[in-house]
Ligand binder design. Structure first.
Ligand code: DON
Length: 584
């Protein structure tokens, strides 16, 4: 059985990879040679020129770094590596890597930026109030655990689409490392066991999670034979097998009578190439995630507002109390706009140009005051009422020696998603439905319109914070960056970029520096992280200003590659078990 690729946009011939052009040229030479003798030597297409000293990756685990190395050794480029890595992490990082989730891929290929949206979608039978009981109250946990939490998965279609459009290696080649890890096993580490144990408790009695994952214990060689079979079917029959073949039947069977995803939903699922969100900042072109992510807009807003506030920031020590206070005020405005204006662009016209324009952000920055009492002035979306116009993820960064790059963030949403495993398929399904507003404000409630952007509707994509980002300088890759962390994604990336560019830190120092998180709600709350807690005098100063300090268990796992001249410098977040690797 084989599934034809669907009719999403394809690269024009001019942008076909070198390998394909060589194949065509060689075939023509052989053909021509049999008729014309002696043939003048045909001009050979020059081999692609390496523009960097090496390829490099920043990966959330060592297995995916090994996969990247194999793909580069086989002659693959950044997209080949990215697709192979996604399938590998679906095996070795089952809490976040996935087949049953979705995500976003920002690509820079042959000198041009692209953005692939393979976010999950609400099933056709989904309704606005599907998580409410008869009295209009939210049914606890329903959007987080079990079958009804599951959105239509996009990952396999996303990888298929990326590989079909850009891939140089064969589809089977990029799936081979994942199949090997699923068949032969990988060694479970302490962190994965801990996340497993916590998830097993919350899924107990509600899903079939432990029937599959009870053996996920530190030190064990963990094998997943059913997952290996699923991957082999996808490798043999193409990405649409997941949506139209036996895997689709297994998903539909798993859902039948419990959840809303049907075979029809799967057949209809399409990944979407969108215009990446771009902005000029600090001499760079920022290429990042457009809606349905709020992350790109938020990142650009933060970067530009901070630049506008340069006089206020001048001389302030990184992460000093007045510094954190100014950033928190910027973040209030970013999250107010996020709540009010950003949703699925296929449902609403998101005012992207306005939200990221220099004039608007200068005006918003002007509202930020060093002596403002936190929470004293309510912060609302800054564009007025334009809207009626109607916590696990993983990130990796790749550059190849030809100057191409991929920044990819994908997710099951929570650790191990909904906890529902597809029987016979061996993979977990997401709980992305929880990224919708699951308890919409009642009609007529003042301010209710803000939530309408992101209520559950058939086929809609839930609002996301995932922000896979690439920075270009003179149209060459300068930084590839991203992280998991829900709404902490954009604030984490912003802080690391600030450390790099405003404080001139080396990549490893920029990652190791303290991070904090603040968003509009809960008001006046600064979240600190276990890796570098806010204590002592700094804590006292923030409290004296009126902030509440809250601990959080996770503040991102940033994977980034900076390119200095022709040298890629990968760096993995010391908060996780990631690996930066340069491959000559
Ligand atoms: O799309 C989003 O923004 C969330 N589903 C991402 C969740 C996440 O990053 C959890 N990570 N720790």
């Amino acid at each position: 059985m084989s599934f034809p690729s669907h009719d999403a946009p394809r690269a024009p011939f001019a942008s076909l990879s070198f390998a394909r052009i060589v194949t065509v040229t060689a075939a023509f030479a052989a053909f021509a040679g049999s008729f014309v003798a002696p043939a003048p030597a045909l001009a050979k297409t020059p081999p692609p020129k390496a523009v960097l000293d090496a390829s490099a990756v920043a990966m959330p685990d060592r297995y995916s770094a090994d996969t990247a190395q194999q793909i580069f050794a086989a002659g693959g480029h950044a997209v080949d590596a990215a697709v192979a890595i996604a399938f590998t992490l679906a095996v070795t990082c089952p809490d976040a890597g996935n087949l049953g989730g979705g995500g976003f891929m920002t690509v820079f290929m042959d000198g041009k930026p692209y953005f692939l949206d393979y976010r999950e979608r609400a099933p056709q039978q989904a309704t606005r109030d599907m998580y409410l009981d008869d009295k209009g109250n939210l049914v606890p946990g329903m959007s987080l655990v079990g079958h009804r939490a599951v959105g239509v998965p996009g990952t396999v279609e996303g990888m298929w689409e990326a590989q079909q459009r850009f891939g140089k290696l064969k589809w089977k080649q990029v799936l081979a490392p994942a199949i090997r890890y699923a068949t032969d096993g990988f060694q479970v580490d302490q962190g994965l066991q801990q996340r497993h144990d916590a998830a097993a408790k919350s899924f107990a009695g509600k899903t079939n999670f432990e029937a599959y994952f009870s053996n996920l214990k530190a030190g064990v060689m963990y094998r997943q034979p059913e997952l290996a079979q699923t991957l082999s079917r996808i490798a043999g029959d193409g990405g649409r097998e997941f949506y139209e073949g036996r895997t689709a039947d297994l998903i539909a069977q798993q859902m039948y009578g419990h959840g809303l995803v049907t075979k029809q939903d799967l057949i209809q699922y399409k990944a979407v190439w969108r215009q990446p969100l771009t902005a000029n900042w600090n001499g760079y072109q920022v290429v990042t995630a457009p809606p349905p992510s709020s992350g790109g807009v938020g990142l650009i807003q933060m970067l530009k507002m901070k630049a506008d506030l340069k006089p206020a920031f001048d001389g302030l020590e990184l992460n000093s109390e007045p510094y954190i206070h100014l950033i928190a005020q910027i973040e209030d405005r970013v999250f107010a706009d996020r709540q009010q204006y950003i949703g699925d662009p296929d449902s609403y016209k998101v005012p992207l140009d306005k939200l990221t324009s220099d004039a608007y952000l200068a005006q918003r920055a002007d509202e930020v005051k060093p002596d403002e009492v936190p929470g004293a002035t309510p912060v609302k979306g800054g564009l007025g009422d334009v809207m009626p116009e109607k916590a696990q993820t993983t990130h990796y960064s790749v550059v190849d020696k030809w100057g191409n790059a991929v920044s990819n963030t994908y997710t099951l949403n929570g650790d191990f998603g909904s906890g529902v495993v597809v029987d016979g398929g061996g993979f977990l399904l997401n709980d992305a439905m929880d990224d919708f507003v699951t308890k919409p404000a009642a009609a007529g409630t003042p301010g209710a319109t803000a939530d309408d952007l992101n209520t559950v509707a058939p086929g809609r994509r839930p609002l996301s914070s995932m922000t896979p980002t690439i920075l270009l300088k003179d149209n060459k890759v300068s930084l590839v960056i991203g992280t998991p962390g829900g709404s902490r994604i954009l604030t984490s990336i912003f802080q690391v970029m600030t450390n790099l560019y405003d404080f001139n830190m080396a990549p490893t120092d920029a990652l190791a520096a303290m991070r904090f998180h603040h968003q509009l709600l809960p008001p006046k709350t600064i979240y600190f992280e276990p890796y570098h807690p806010i204590t002592g005098e700094l804590a006292d100063q923030l409290k004296a200003r009126g902030y509440t300090l809250e601990g959080q268990s996770f503040n991102g796992d940033v994977q980034m590659i900076r390119v200095e001249g022709t040298t890629p410098e990968p760096a993995a977040d010391p908060r996780g078990v990631g690996v930066g690797r340069v491959m000559h």
